[in-house]
Design a protein around this ligand. Structure first.
Ligand code: HEM
Length: 256
């Protein structure tokens, strides 16, 4: 007879502990640095999964608008929770970070493909990728593997997007006859909140990076091999941030 399932095994606590063992130095703070990135990626994975399901619920025939809205509330909680990770990151002292930053070599958040997939699921077009604008020679191999025509990201995007995006699902729902205005409004509120959170991610990331790096933020090059400073690279990333539901926000405002 197999042994009964335990909390430890079900949650895979041993795997969670193993996840922070890839430290490149013995600096005390490096484990936190890894854990916070994993925290973001864990919640990004949940957001992606839920966005897939929201899109499915909204494009059902007939659309299940209330169930879609209920799940968008969860997405918003998860995204807020993820973003809160920057507050922990901001407790990392510049000197501590510099003690292990060099050992991280060419790793960069620019390789955080899940955030890009979330944007694609929300409504960013594949031809509006901004990564090549801030990547340099240090990222060539990564870029062709992930963003090239046969790359991982376009493939994932194609697989995931065949049911449409959050934006196209919303447009589909609102084109249906007989949807109760209060249901539409409740969905709109969640979509606008998500759009605001997504747009707010980069300013919060910028602030965290600037806090941790101090004067190195403007004075040293980023890790992606284009010789721009961290500040310049992140300013470019922020300038290319999209809003997907700005019109819906304006519509809600006009009804207030
Ligand atoms: C000490 C904390 C952090 C610093 C100093 C930092 C620094 C940077 C810098 C300088 C870039 C621009 C590329 C480059 O020049 O290397 C970048 C990009 C990026 N980082 Fe971070 N980062 C930090 C934490 C995080 C965390 C916790 C995440 C969560 C996943 C993250 C995700 C990203 C993403 C997605 C990009 C691509 C640009 C964008 O989409 O806005 N970073 N980071």
């Amino acid at each position: 007879m197999s042994s009964p399932l335990t909390y430890w095994d079900y949650i895979k606590l041993d795997v969670i502990h193993d996840l922070q063992t890839n430290v490149q130095t013995d600096h005390y703070d490096e484990v936190m640095f890894i854990a916070i990135h994993q925290h973001f990626e864990l919640w990004f994975a949940q957001v992606m999964r839920n966005l897939d399901e929201v899109i499915r619920r909204l494009t059902n025939d007939p659309p299940d608008i209330r169930a879609g809205t209920a799940l968008m509330i969860r997405v918003n909680c998860e995204f807020a929770l993820a973003t809160q990770g920057f507050e922990v990151m901001k407790t990392l002292a510049r000197e501590s970070f510099l003690a292990f930053r060099g050992a991280l070599q060419g790793t960069s958040g620019l390789q955080s493909a899940q955030l890009t997939i979330i944007e694609l699921l929300t409504g960013r077009r594949e031809d509006e990728m901004y990564h090549e604008k801030i990547s340099g020679s240090g990222m060539e191999e990564f870029m062709s593997k992930y963003y090239g025509p046969q790359g991982v990201l376009p493939r994932i995007a194609r697989e995931r997007l065949h049911k449409g995006t959050l934006r196209s699902a919303y447009d589909h729902v609102t084109a249906q006859p007989g949807i109760a205005p209060e249901d539409v409004r409740a969905l709109q509120q969640q979509l606008v909140h998500f759009d605001e959170q997504l747009a707010g991610w980069r300013p919060k990331h910028y602030e965290a990076a600037a806090t941790v790096l101090g004067r190195d933020f403007t004075e040293t090059a980023g890790t992606v091999g284009n010789h721009q400073s961290c500040h310049e690279n992140l300013t470019t990333a922020m300038s290319l941030t999209h809003r997907y539901f700005e019109d819906v926000a304006a519509q809600l405002k006009s009804q207030d």
